[in-house]
Design a protein around this ligand. Structure first.
Ligand SMILES: [Zn+2]
Length: 197
């Protein structure tokens, strides 16, 4: 069972964005990101000010709203700011991240970078629904997305699930879309989510 309160400040832990710190031998402390960042800052001797960013709603190219929560996390050698889409039905959605090598840098500047990245991504659509043919690739030849897994799939640890345009797409469904290109060649490029290509 997961912890419900932060072992640092005693506040209730959010459903996402808590961190377990420790080891099997010494046991774990379950911390909110603010307390986690304070521990890492002290260990690393960094002057770090935690910031809680409020949820933001952005609309995509089809004017559909997407709500995001933000996670600000101190790494040993930098800071990461991530945005995860939250959906009522808990299905997977968009996820974005930016990393700065300077942990004492300006949090608002990092937020601005992430926000611009989110806006660029939401303005793009890689899939479109077509009459009679179901889901198709919108842009000839290029699909961007995230590799995820489907815990409800019988072979969930062996078969990926993709998240494209903020929507889960099963491996089988992706394969069906690819069949409109039978005989074509392809190139697959995999990169960190803090990158943009
Ligand atoms: Zn805490």
């Amino acid at each position: 069972m997961s912890a419900t309160t932060c072992d640092g400040c005693g506040n209730s832990l959010p459903p996402f964005g808590s961190v377990s710190l420790g080891s099997i031998e010494k046991g774990y402390r379950h911390l909110c990101l603010r307390c986690y960042n304070a521990v890492i800052a002290e260990l690393s001797g960094i002057d770090f000010e935690h910031v809680d960013f409020q949820p933001v709603t952005l609309v995509d190219a089809d004017s559909v709203p997407h709500e995001f929560r933000f996670f600000f996390r101190l790494l040993g050698d930098g800071i990461a700011l991530a945005a995860h889409e939250t959906k009522d039905d808990n299905r997977e959605g968009y996820e974005f991240q930016v990393i700065s090598p300077d942990p004492e840098g300006e949090p608002l500047e990092l937020f601005r970078q992430l926000f611009e990245k989110m806006r660029r991504a939401l303005a793009q659509k890689h899939l479109r629904r077509t009459d009679g043919f179901g889901l198709q690739f919108a842009e000839l030849g290029i699909v961007r997305g995230r590799v995820s897994s489907d815990p409800d799939h019988d072979f969930g640890d062996q078969v990926p699930m993709l998240v494209i345009d903020g929507e889960p797409v099963s491996w089988e469904r992706f394969g069906q879309m690819l069949m409109s290109y039978e005989g074509f060649s392809f190139k697959l490029e995999v990169y960190d989510k803090s990158e943009e290509r």
